[in-house]
Design a protein around this ligand. Structure first.
Ligand code: ACM
Length: 526
């Protein structure tokens, strides 16, 4: 509100001034008179320890400007300076101050993530051509401004699903660049499912030798499909994301969505039958059995996963587990009785608890979809609430952390128009931009103390119907722009009308970056 007041005041003073569109909207923005001009005389001044951040800024602007801004550890007359300042700890590890006057630019923050976000905001103050890959000699004028900013939520995520359709590594890296521009900081990668196992596990080569290949589906795109990431690929993705302050959260599905793993290792299933990697979508009945051998197999997998992914959180899936095979499997029934468990829900809960303890012993934390509440929540578990918000409410009320990912507001695999004939085939649903933007992650049912357990919000890009990087971008943007603002901006700093105006001026940046975003509906074009 403060921001829009200042904007409108300034607009009436200099009617020609159109402030650059900032997404997500910062907390405090005060536009000033005058400009700073970026030129080949501009130095990036950063202490040696922040050199890598200066280098990233240099690499962002070079293709579109031809400028190779020199990096120096000493501030020059005309410079963009980066410095850590322990006096800014009240802004948190991701907060920053950005100050532009006619002589130069200063980015200050208590932590490196804050410097990075300050640079991302600075980037959004530059003209659109600087986002492109063709060097232009147009002048680069940055309006003078004072910004102070920090995120509302610690978890601002996007989930991708290479299990259903493999996403080449280069496309994942490009996706990371674009979500980093929006100050998202978690990339959840759904690595295993019925239709494919996409992570190399050295102890169980069959998982990728057999589990990464499926024959053509009866429905869908009608093509056979294969692909997986080597451990080296995943380490590269993790490092690339980390340098952009994004934590990659791996998901290994259990005990359901296990079809690809069971195609390779049927001994961990319930039926003894030879299985194929599922060529069709939907929820399948082939699930892991609850034996100790299977627990050890899954923990072996998690051991290799933890060696690749340094994230505090490891996602174990836990969603959509049909229990019929446990009911029909005498060994599963015997295990249930021996453990003194009353029903299959408690058996599922027991498996999740084995993983929770295992991960805790390795100084990690378990996160799972909200079905992990059924049969009793494991003590250290964090819940990703997808079937609405009730799972998130229940978990937060019982003192567990939650990430809000409800279908109604965050399933970005849903249609973007009710006129589905004009859209690429999608899984169903209807989730227009406005509905994503209107989402409030803190349920009104929670007390302020319980609300602290809401770590943030995440957009889901399930990929049954998303088979190319370009289609992934089409489903992701601009709805992830909305998620970024829901996750970052304080409610008082944001509003739909302002977002639409800013988005109209933001989308050409994505176009310049070569991103196939979905064009705005005609009624939103300003
Ligand atoms: C889910 O959509 N099955 C988490």
């Amino acid at each position: 509100m403060i921001t829009s007041l200042i904007m409108s005041t300034l607009l009436s003073v200099h009617s020609a001034f159109v402030p650059p569109a900032l997404i997500p909207m910062p907390g405090y923005v005060t536009w000033k008179e005058g400009n700073f001009t970026l030129s080949n005389q501009t130095t990036l001044a950063a202490p040696k320890s922040q050199d890598d951040l200066a280098q990233q800024f240099q690499s962002w602007v070079k293709p579109g400007t031809g400028l190779e801004l020199p990096i120096s550890s000493r501030a020059k007359a005309s410079s963009i300076s980066l410095s850590l300042n322990s006096g800014l700890t009240q802004l948190g590890p991701e907060g920053y101050r950005l100050s532009v006057n006619s002589r130069g630019v200063k980015v200050t923050a208590a932590g490196r993530a804050g410097l990075f976000y300050g640079l991302q905001t600075l980037r959004q103050l530059l003209p659109v051509h600087t986002f492109g890959s063709v060097a232009s000699s147009e002048a680069i004028s940055i309006p003078c401004v004072e910004i102070e900013d920090h995120p509302r939520f610690a978890w601002r995520g996007a989930m991708i699903d290479p299990a259903r359709h493999f996403i080449p590594k280069a496309a994942v890296l490009q996706f990371i660049d674009v979500i980093a521009l929006h100050k998202l900081n978690h990339l959840h990668i759904h690595l295993t499912d019925d239709q494919g196992w996409r992570i190399e596990i050295k102890k169980y080569p069959g998982l990728t030798d057999q589990g990464s290949i499926r024959k053509a589906p009866a429905i869908g795109d009608g093509t056979a499909h294969a692909g997986f990431y080597t451990q080296a690929d995943l380490r590269q993705i993790v490092a690339y994301a980390a340098s952009r302050f994004i934590t990659v959260i791996p998901e290994i599905e259990m005990p359901g969505h296990a079809g690809a793993a069971l195609a390779a290792y049927p001994q961990y299933g319930n039926t003894g039958k030879i299985l194929e990697v599922k060529p069709d979508w939907g929820v399948h009945g082939d699930i892991f059995n609850p034996s100790m051998e299977t627990i050890h197999f899954l923990q072996d997998v998690l051991t290799e996963v933890m060696e690749i992914f340094p994230s505090k959180f490891i996602h174990i899936g836990g969603d959509e587990v049909p229990k019929e095979q446990w009911i029909a499997n005498p060994a599963a029934q015997a295990q249930m009785k021996q453990l003194g468990l009353k029903n299959p829900d408690e058996l599922q809960s027991w498996i999740i608890k084995q993983m929770d303890t295992f991960l805790a012993n390795h100084h990690r934390r378990l996160v799972g979809w909200d079905e992990i509440l059924e049969g009793g929540l494991a003590p250290g578990a964090t819940v990703m609430s997808w079937r609405g918000i009730s799972g998130g409410i229940k978990a937060a009320q019982s003192g567990h952390d939650v990430v809000m990912a409800p279908t109604d507001n965050t399933y970005l695999d849903y249609y973007q128009s009710q006129d589905t004939a004009k859209e690429p085939a999608a899984i169903g649903g209807f989730l227009p931009l406005e509905k994503v933007y209107s989402y409030e992650p803190i349920p009104s049912e929670l007390t302020p103390e319980q609300a602290k357990h809401v770590m943030g919000v995440q957009g889901q890009l399930w990929a049954e119907y998303i088979s190319t990087p370009s289609h992934l971008q089409y489903m992701a943007f601009p709805r992830l722009c909305a998620i970024s603002e829901v996750g970052w901006s304080q409610p008082a700093a944001r509003g739909w009308d302002s977002f639409v105006i800013r988005l109209n001026r933001h989308l050409p940046r994505l176009a310049a970056m070569g991103i196939n975003y979905r064009r705005l509906d005609a009624n939103l074009v300003r």
